[in-house]
Design a protein. Structure first.
Length: 107
């Protein structure tokens, strides 16, 4: 059953969706910018310490920022894009039609 919405309500919903998507992309931008800065900062620190770009100067704490912030970023992605990833409205409609056809042929 379809519900009908006013033009204004559709506009507000679309506007919110655009803001959510924009917010996710800003989150992704800052995630990459900060983590790349921290990672290269550790390598550059090593260069000034002994003249080599040694990855050993990049500590676990640097990678833990990538990891844990990445979990938060994945959650943000699910919130914005992943609504009903597995069981979308389209999937529901296909299953209903499938079961209806199955019932029709079994009788």
């Amino acid at each position: 059953m379809k519900t009908y919405h006013s033009e204004e309500e559709l506009y507000r919903r679309a506007e919110k969706r655009v803001k959510d998507i924009k917010g996710f992309y800003w989150h992704l931008f800052w995630y990459l910018a900060v983590n790349i800065f921290l990672s290269f900062g550790g390598a550059i620190k090593g260069f000034f310490a002994d003249g080599t770009f040694d990855i050993s100067y990049v500590h676990f704490s640097t990678f833990s920022v990538w990891f844990f912030w990445g979990i938060g970023l994945a959650g943000h992605w699910l919130h914005v894009f992943g609504k009903n990833v597995l069981f979308s409205k389209n999937w529901e409609e296909k299953k209903i039609k499938e079961f209806m056809e199955k019932d029709t042929f079994e009788d």
